[in-house]
Design a protein around this ligand. Structure first.
Ligand SMILES: NC(=O)c1ccc[n+]([C@@H]2O[C@H](COP(=O)([O-])OP(=O)(O)OC[C@H]3O[C@@H](n4cnc5c(N)ncnc54)[C@H](O)[C@@H]3O)[C@@H](O)[C@H]2O)c1
Length: 444
């Protein structure tokens, strides 16, 4: 099939790469000229495992190309995917201006029947909005269908998620459009749920909000464990073993970040309010999430601080991990930004390290009292404590004895519970984690 993808970010690039890999002819569009130039020059603008290889292979095969011209792409396509950003506004509602602009560009280029598919995460009713824009801006009565096909991929494993999704949701009232999209997805042999457009739009927000709720729930349990001297890992195992609950998304830590959960929770709250059915549970979910970093930073200040107004003055702290989660360089809503800001405000100087996100982190974290290091041991050099912010695989396998020897005071604050207390204490390091008792180094 001939496909175009409007918006070549995390979702658009992965979508374009996977569809072209299945044998379709795909044109990816972006308004960002430098991004398109990079892609045309064979460079991948984001870090996502397996993506650069897949893009390169399909470009060589002549099935995948990049352009800044929506008109060029749409005219050659039967199916057009809208994958532009839908960032949050101040009040929590979703900014649909990129979707609107994309829909206008698509409308101006219609040269025959098309299926316009919204893959961007958009509030219920946006499909109707897209349809109206296209009707208003097309030059003649060219027929088209609008379909909602929300995306559930996770950054860091986006190719795998796109090839093996738990389900594919297709929201449309057109049987012909549903059949065509089902045909497009047929090679991946995954369950397809065909429903109406409004339900499809709500499925995406309800899924993300439910997952965010699981995270805030277990973080609230972790708070109780800390006070009661219990172990949240044991509690998680106990409740996750219940088939009705399941173990996924029950990792206590610094809370959810990234470009989706925070904005999608806010957007669902906003939309529900607009419809007159306020979603009260989500207020607590967001509030718990917002409290994670201040609470964690406070524990660091209590352990290392010397007194107001700059309790961490003279302290050097290693920050391990900057990306919002492992296997991505995405810094949107990354917890590292807030942690770094709070620790610096308290007077600390920082030495940070991330395997891939450093360059994207620099403009957000800044240069004042921060050094960007080449590995975890360099970051730990002379540090009074090391803080685990992102659970990168290479941190799980760190040589703790080497880390200890690099530090001036062997203390780890683990915001992601990647070690066992016994393991860290055995390496001669004091260990503070989430929802578990703190331990000192074991005497050997
Ligand atoms: N990133 C994820 O993990 C993820 C997962 C599922 C769903 N989503 C949703 O998918 C959508 C896209 O997310 P993303 O992370 O890929 O965003 P992104 O910011 O990485 O990419 C969006 C791209 O669209 C381009 N763009 C904006 N307006 C355009 C236009 N009119 N024409 C052509 N290009 C345009 C931007 O330049 C940018 O490169 C959002 O709605 C998001 O909520 C994201």
């Amino acid at each position: 099939m001939n496909i175009s993808v409007i918006g070549s970010g995390y979702v658009g690039l992965v979508t374009g790469a996977v569809f072209s890999d299945m044998g379709n002819d795909v044109i990816c569009v972006d308004i960002d000229e430098s991004r398109v130039r990079m892609l045309q020059g064979g460079e991948c603008p984001i870090y996502e495992p397996r993506l650069p290889e897949m893009i390169a292979h399909n470009r060589r095969e002549g099935r995948l190309e990049f352009t800044t011209s929506t008109a060029f792409a749409v005219r050659r396509s039967e199916i057009v995917f809208i994958c532009v950003g839908t960032p949050p506004k101040e009040d929590g509602r979703t900014d649909l201006s990129y979707v609107e602009a994309a829909a206008q560009d698509i409308a101006g280029a219609l040269n025959g029947p098309k299926i316009i598919v919204t893959k961007s995460t958009v509030p219920v009713g946006t499909g109707d909005f897209v349809r109206k824009i296209i009707e208003a801006h097309r030059h003649d009565g060219t027929p088209f269908e609008v379909v909602s096909n929300p995306e559930f991929l996770r950054e860091g494993q986006a190719i795998r998620d796109t090839l093996q999704p738990d389900r594919i949701v297709i929201g449309t009232s057109s049987e012909a459009a549903a059949a065509r999209l089902s045909e497009l997805y047929r090679p991946i042999e995954r369950p397809i749920l065909i429903t109406d457009m409004h339900s499809a739009e709500i499925i995406k927000y309800a899924s993300n909000a439910f997952l965010a709720t699981k995270i805030s729930f277990i973080n609230s349990v972790a708070n109780l464990c800390e006070r009661a001297g219990a172990d949240v890992k044991a509690v998680t195992k106990g409740i996750g073993a219940d088939a009705r609950i399941g173990p996924a998304f029950l990792e206590a830590g610094l809370g959810y970040g990234g470009s989706c959960f925070p904005k999608d929770v806010d957007s669902l709250m906003y939309t529900s309010r607009e419809f007159g059915t306020p979603f009260e549970i989500l207020k607590s979910v967001a509030a718990e999430n917002d409290s994670r970093v201040p609470r964690f930073a406070q524990r660091i200040v209590e352990r290392l601080g010397t007194g107001a107004p700059a309790p961490l003055a003279g302290r050097r702290i290693a920050i391990l991990g900057l990306a919002f989660k492992p296997d991505t360089d995405d810094m949107r809503e990354a917890k590292s930004v807030e942690i770094c800001s709070r620790l610096r405000q308290a007077g600390a100087s920082l030495r940070t390290y991330d395997p891939v996100a450093t360059e994207k982190a620099r403009p957000l974290i800044g240069e004042e009292n921060v050094e960007y290091c080449r590995n975890a041991y360099e970051a730990a050099q002379g540090a009074d404590a090391a803080v685990i912010v992102t659970e990168w695989r290479e941190f799980i396998q760190l040589n703790l004895a080497r880390l200890r020897d690099a530090m001036s005071q062997p203390i780890i604050f683990d915001g992601r519970n990647i070690y066992t207390p016994a393991q860290v204490a055995a390496a001669g390091i004091e260990y503070h984690s989430i929802g578990r008792p703190s331990v000192g180094p074991r005497e050997t």
